[in-house]
Design a binder for this molecule. Structure first.
Ligand code: PEP
Ligand code: MG
Length: 580
């Protein structure tokens, strides 16, 4: 039995046999297959070559149409590699003689090939990039075939991967994938957020769990403690069975709260809503007792697809959400692409420091047509329900004004075209950069509401990449500087009578609920599975208790003190909470 420590990002525990995924960015370990399976590996390789060939032909055609035949000619070299008989012979000999997987053969042979090119004169050395491109494509098609098979699982499994994109995670078979363990990733990476929304126990930032687990190994994934136990002994398995029983009893005990309001025990009303990435999640939010949608991450409409959604795709998605929500409020966050959320096309062009790069509102301003398409759909859908719009990653007043001007343009266009729409949709902003937090007084005159995005606020305040496992221990919302900024935003909202909500992961972490109430927050939006426990805590505390807790917390000068104090106080005030 071996215990590996990572970062727990989605609570609960699962015991299951492992499925290990390799990825295109990863050193493919030498994995042997029984001699009887080598033929099947060769067939997989042939299929992957066929699919890759079709993809490249298609790409060449599209490039020729857009940029001319000469530019499209770069793909001839890729096709040449795939058709190269000598190369295929090397692949097949590696598989058959070495009894290894097709992906190992591809990586091994092509990396050798790339090495040969590197030694050549400069004009040929350039070809190394093309060899890597072909390698990636082949691996994607090989591993993609395996990922497909994840869709047809017939038994429960724990998925072990080097890294997964948010859309890959969203595509997992919720019925059979019972746990997730990932080498890469930080506490609020979007992959982690999606796992939490799907209520799959998940641990990220494990560094090398893929190298230590083989397919079929029994593993325990403990998302509450952030550990993965490989090949657990019977005593440990039994302990985890008991933990599972306790957790399920606790969750059942919360069912009774579903229809009850989120109101403190001395009568202060709180708005408790859910975050969603896809329209179908609205049902879970409502089932869990949420009062509406406080954050709809609409960029998920783009992920995993090569084509941009049309205005009608947007419109349909928003109408689906509104139909399910009835009169309840829905805060649509405009496209927040970039950083760890990219379209398939953009995924192929990595950006340096992507979290400081062309993301969110900046990306929208540079892709105005795409942005306007979304805004048109929102304004049209708005006639069907209670919509508000918020813009991500606003860092200065001009950006907010520019976003509002674009909304006005879109509304004018719709008016001229005689298309039914609303022109009075409330416009708010995510406060998720220190610059925005420090200027809330100015922003208060520009916006109808604030929504605090603590995931980004932490990363930009503490200079800690939210998706980088190397610095994950430094990523904490309990840092005194972060807490001070949150307090400032809430106070600015109170001063100017601008509603303030909080939709970062902090809103769904029960440790912080009392503190946030004490700081004056009256609107929370969190991952759907977290709603019942947050409601339980809100209903168990008085405002006087919460204010005292907040005052004390603001006197601490380290995140450790804050967390220890909050854990103790929460357990004292709500003994049933924070079940482990
Ligand atoms: C945040 O940054 O806190 C937030 C809610 O937005 P996202 O996690 O999508 O960046
Ligand atoms: Mg954000």
């Amino acid at each position: 039995m071996k215990v590996k420590k990572g970062i727990g990002v989605s609570g609960g525990a699962a015991i299951a046999s492992a499925i290990v995924l390799d990825t295109e960015e990863f050193e493919i370990p030498e994995r042997h297959v029984p001699v009887d399976n080598t033929k099947a590996e060769l067939d997989r390789l042939k299929r992957a070559i066929g699919v890759s060939r079709k993809e490249i032909l298609d790409l060449r055609k599209r490039t020729a149409e857009k940029l001319g035949k000469e530019t499209a000619g770069i793909f001839d070299f890729h096709l040449g590699l795939l058709d190269d008989k000598q190369l295929f012979k090397q692949f097949s000999e590696t598989i058959l003689n070495g009894q290894v997987t097709a992906e190992y053969a591809v990586a091994n042979v092509l990396r050798g090939y790339a090495g040969d090119f590197r030694q050549m004169p400069e004009y040929l050395a350039e070809r190394v990039k093309d060899v890597y491109d072909v390698e990636k494509r082949l691996l994607r098609n090989l591993i993609g075939q395996r990922r497909q098979s994840l869709k047809h699982l017939t038994r429960n499994a724990a998925v072990i991967a080097h890294d997964m994109t948010p859309s890959q995670t969203a595509g997992l078979d919720r019925e059979h994938v019972v746990g997730l363990a990932i080498d890469a990733g930080g506490p609020t990476s979007h992959t982690a957020i999606v796992a939490k929304a799907m209520d799959i126990p998940a641990v990220v930032g494990l560094n090398d769990v893929t190298a230590e687990v083989s397919g079929g190994d029994r593993v325990i994934i403990d998302g509450s403690r952030g550990i993965v136990i490989i090949d657990p002994d019977e005593e440990t398995v039994e302990r985890y069975r008991q933990i599972a029983v306790r957790q399920s009893e606790f969750l059942h005990s919360l069912d009774a709260l579903r229809e009850l309001p989120a109101i403190t025990s001395d009568g202060h009303e709180v708005r408790l809503q859910g975050n969603i990435e896809f329209p179908y999640e609205v049902r879970t939010v409502l089932d869990k007792g949420g009062q509406g949608i406080g954050l709809y991450r609409t960029e998920f409409l783009f992920l995993g697809s090569d084509v941009e959604p049309t205005e009608d795709d947007h419109y349909k998605a928003y109408c689906d959400v509104l139909e399910e929500c009835g009169e309840r409020p829905v805060a649509i966050r405009t496209i927040d692409l970039g950083a760890d959320k990219f379209t398939q096309a953009r995924a192929r062009i990595p950006e340096r420091n992507p979290f400081l790069g062309l993301r969110s509102i900046r990306y929208c301003f540079q892709h105005l047509q795409m942005f306007k398409t979304q805004l048109r759909a929102i304004m049209r859908a708005a006639v069907r329900g209670n919509i508000s719009v918020m813009f991500p990653l606003i860092t200065n007043l001009l950006e907010m004004r520019q976003a509002k001007t674009i909304v006005r343009d879109v509304v004018e266009d719709l008016e001229e075209e005689g298309i039914e729409h609303r022109n009075d949709v409330p416009l708010g902003m995510m406060v998720e950069t220190p610059s925005a937090a420090l200027q809330c007084d100015g922003f208060a005159r520009e916006v109808d509401f604030f929504s605090i995005g603590t995931n980004d606020l932490v990363q930009y305040t503490l200079a800690v990449d939210r998706s980088n496992e190397q610095v994950a221990p430094m990523f904490t919302v309990a840092d005194p500087a972060v807490l001070r900024l949150i307090q400032e935003i809430i106070r600015a909202g109170q001063r100017h009578d601008v509603p303030v909500s909080l939709c970062g992961e902090m809103a769904g972490d029960p440790i912080y609920t009392i503190l946030l109430l004490g700081l004056g927050l009256r609107s929370f939006s969190c991952s759907p599975p977290a709603i019942p426990e947050i409601k339980k805590i809100i209903r168990s505390v008085t405002m006087e208790q919460a204010v005292k807790v907040a005052q004390r917390v603001l006197s601490f000068d380290s995140d450790k003190e804050v967390v220890n104090f909050l854990r103790t106080e929460t357990r004292r005030i709500v003994p049933e909470a924070l079940v482990e």
